[in-house]
Design a protein around this ligand. Sequence first.
Ligand code: ADP
Length: 448
Amino acid sequence: MFEKILIANRGDVALRIHRACREMGIKTVAVHSTADAGAMHVRLADESVCIGPPPARDSYLNIPAILSAATITGADAIHPGVGFLSENADFAEIIAEHGLTFIGPKPEHIRLMGDKIAARRTAAELGLPCVPGSEAEVTSLDEAAAVADGIGYPVLIKAAAGGGGRGMKIARGPENLAEAVTMARTEAQAAFGSGAVYIERYLSGPRHIELQMIGDSHGTVVHLGERDCSLQRRHQKVLEETPSPALNDHERTRIGERAVAAMRACGYESLGTIEFLYENGEFYFIEMNTRLQVEHPITEMVTGIDLVCEQIRVASGNRLGFTQDQLTFSGHSIECRINAEDPHRFTPSPGLVTAYHAPGGLGVRVDSALYAGYEVPAQYDSLVAKLVVHGSNRNECLLRLRRALDEFVIENIATTVPLHQKLTQAPGFINGEYDIHWLEHVFLGSDG
Ligand code: ADP
């Protein structure tokens, strides 16, 4: 087992990993930008190293600085967390070249799934159904028109290197196609440095259902059930729950078995999430995230498995601590993503937190690096807390969630707590019948 892990991340994710390490008796090294000198992940770690100025490209994305920090402190492994370098195959390779362990999948799997066109092809080869669409990059308008005619409008133009819901444009009919392709390409080039795009049929009312997978280096692969992440704004998740109100046990078992077979066939190791759209009883693969997910706590709440501990254990060459048959799923869990944003206009709201009180009590977990006196920096993602609630069934979970939201105090900055308070009272959420468009088009009443 590792003795010391460098955590190449910040905020609640860095804290989450630190907590797992501490419970496993592993020392931690925090890295931080100058903007985060007083941050909670820095305060709690055994050691800390400043790796650069506030912009992420100069600090949390600065590979030489992170590697130097690992060498100086004698860390034997690096956990990349979520975002930043977590899906950077070059980073994983360089770490290995320096004799350290990257806590994540093999670089070839990161690279493969990072190219969404290659990921679609691989998923299909592994027996996972994909959204109907182009088999390769679409390089000309004529090609785009031929693909779109073949699958039928509306279609979605997507960036091969896409992430975070960017580089995605809808063409409702042939008359919008040229504009959608050009816009998607331009946005993708600017955001990801690659203008490569592909086309999928735009599904009119699917749910986003993803499966949590984990594999070890001894050939064992297990799935830990699904998460329903259909509540989205601008293709970004707002609230997640498990189990999905839309699935029955038969469907759950069927897709779980297919996903396990696919991951076993490709020798997948570490944590990974296979994302599907689900419509009219059918699953369609859209992408795979080769890392820990923001919404992983809801899976932990219903399985009792510490996913980060397991991820660290398998990275050090140990076998998974459980088999598929030993897993039991209990009750219901919901996560609310609390962002430092105006709850109506969604504009960022960084600044000083003058008072902070997190909810508690049975079945309530808050993953956050906030404290009273903390200044939320303007440079990073606006997610400042995850409120995660567990109940013996969905109704109990919902009642507990409302109670917990009412207890949350974060003063002097705007947060999305009021949005979640309203959302958890909305009939469309309470009855569980929402799809990926519902939050934006019905609940928020806009076209996004
Ligand atoms: P990203 O990597 O940017 O997150 P994804 O491919 O995971 O992109 O898609 C993000 C979200 O966009 C999905 O959860 C879904 O809401 C929407 N989406 C993606 N593909 C389609 C599709 N073919 N039809 C309808 N909505 C889609």
